[in-house]
Ligand binder design. Structure first.
Ligand code: NAP
Ligand code: HSE
Length: 428
């Protein structure tokens, strides 16, 4: 039986897992697809590098065009990362009728529409399950499982590195920099971890989820992004005391055809299932008008979980090849994108202030909230022996982002407010 030949672009964390699964599960893959699958050629930067997997040296190449130009290769699995070269190679592969599987969220978030259009033109598959939430099959779930429903909210812990860091800070009081180093050693972090800690990786994933969930072409620039580099142990401790865990949440919401998408550190009520998603685990909470609440949980990064999704896509491509139906997945955004204004974005908020410790301060502060029609759920004054300021934590009821911004601006000009220490969205 003629094997399906695969070109693998990259033999790092994910590529190594792909080779392990394809080689280790040959009999199962054959039974499921009807074809043997062979990794015929592998692109690396440096052939002489020591690797923790043994592959035949004559399969390795440092020239990507050896794979693109090889007429025997049917499917290209892109797990090298980066944007410009990957895009060029992918478009060239599609031009030659090769199907693509990729784990590259950066590329799909920025150039997904162009790549998918080229794939449709050429009758090719482009599958990218591993690009969001590693081992959780959330892309297939949104495209197929929820095709009958209207999704109104997606909240995701979609970056394993930051969840690992926040978990260790919360549970062990660990220092941010130490845990980041650990996450890098474990292969969770991107080559430039700024992309993880500043929320850009999560933003790219939310661009993909928002597009799939709301059937509109969400662009990366539509996502408001804030990372975790300013989250302090103090914030985590106060949050815990009040019944919250700090999580980097991607939040995509739809109301009357208007959408908003953001990534930000968020105080999540401990009773909400997202609050107990710890370590490198990811979870995506999806609310559909008909189905109600659902949540998908699993490992969000790492060699074998990510490779599981990549090889599942490979199986889908090979099945389609055998049925002659490639290029027909049929997901096409059909709704006009309308973004919410700051007046339309509403949430509860956690605000920590350092204020003068004297009579009448609380009245001045609550007066500002009242002026902008922001109603308060709770106000807590905390004594702090090491701090001459009084610490006040305010939890608001749902308030528009525009009103909260006006309140904060007014605080900046109030003498009694010495510092706005932190502001978090609250969920759950
Ligand atoms: P990685 O460990 O850095 O591996 C990248 C591989 O690609 C290496 O084998 C490298 O070759 C090769 N490569 C990179 N640039 C190249 C170039 N210009 N020419 C030739 N070869 C090149 O990366 P990774 O963690 O496996 O991630 C791969 C992709 O999967 C990325 O898009 C990432 O965002 C995505 N992803 C990763 C995870 C995860 O948990 N790591 C999870 C989901 C998605 P050398 O080995 O010779 O250096
Ligand atoms: N750096 C990413 C993360 C890898 O930590 O989630 C998975 O996409």
């Amino acid at each position: 039986m003629k094997p399906i030949k695969v070109g693998l672009l990259g033999l790092g964390t994910v590529g190594t897992g792909v080779v392990r699964i394809v080689e280790g599960h040959q009999a199962d893959l054959l039974s499921q697809t009807g074809s043997p699958i062979e990794i015929a050629s592998i692109l690396v930067q440096d052939k002489s590098k020591n690797r923790n997997i043994s592959v035949s040296p004559d399969k390795l190449t440092e020239n990507p065009w050896d794979i693109v130009e090889n007429p025997e290769i049917d499917v290209v699995v892109e797990v090298m990362g980066g944007i410009e070269l990957s895009k060029e190679l992918m478009l060239a592969c599609l031009e030659k009728g090769k199907h693509i599987v990729t784990a590259n969220k950066d590329l799909m978030a920025l150039h997904g529409p162009e790549i998918l259009a080229k794939a449709a033109e050429k009758g090719c598959d482009v599958f990218y399950e591993a690009s969001v939430a590693g081992g959780i099959p959330i892309i297939r779930t949104l495209i197929e499982g929820f095709s009958s429903d209207r999704i109104t909210k997606i909240m995701g812990i979609v970056n394993g590195t930051t969840n690992y860091i926040l978990t260790k800070m919360s549970q062990e009081g660990a220092a941010y920099a130490d845990v980041l180093k650990e996450a890098q050693q474990l292969g969770y972090a991107e080559s430039d971890p700024t992309s993880d800690v500043e929320g850009f990786d999560a933003a790219r994933k939310m661009t993909i989820l928002g597009t799939l969930g709301f059937h509109a072409n969400v662009a990366l620039g539509d996502v408001e992004v804030k990372g975790i580099s300013n989250v302090t142990k103090e914030d985590i401790t106060y949050g815990k005391r009040l019944g919250y865990e700090v999580k980097l949440l991607g939040i995509a919401e739809r109301q009357d055809d208007h959408i908003s998408i953001s990534v930000q550190p968020t105080m999540v009520k401990k009773s909400h299932p997202l609050a107990s998603v710890n370590g490198v685990f990811n979870a995506v909470y999806v609310y559909g008008e008909a189905v109600g609440e659902t949540m998908f949980y699993g490992p969000g990064a790492g060699e074998m979980p990510t490779a599981t999704s990549v090889v599942a896509d490979l199986v889908a491509v090979v099945r389609n090849m055998n049925l002659g139906i490639n290029g027909r997945r049929g997901f096409k955004p059909y709704k006009e994108k309308k973004l919410k204004t700051d007046e339309q974005i509403a949430s509860k908020n956690f605000i920590l202030l350092h204020v003068a410790d004297k009579a009448g301060v609380l009245a001045q502060i609550t007066q500002v909230f009242a002026q902008y029609d922001v109603s308060l759920e709770s106000v807590l004054q905390h004594p702090n022996a090491s701090n001459p300021n009084a610490e006040i934590i305010i939890i608001t009821h749902d308030a528009s982002k525009a009103s909260i911004n006006k309140v904060l601006k007014q605080f900046e000009s109030l003498d009694v407010v010495h510092e706005i220490k932190s502001v978090y969205r609250v969920e759950g």
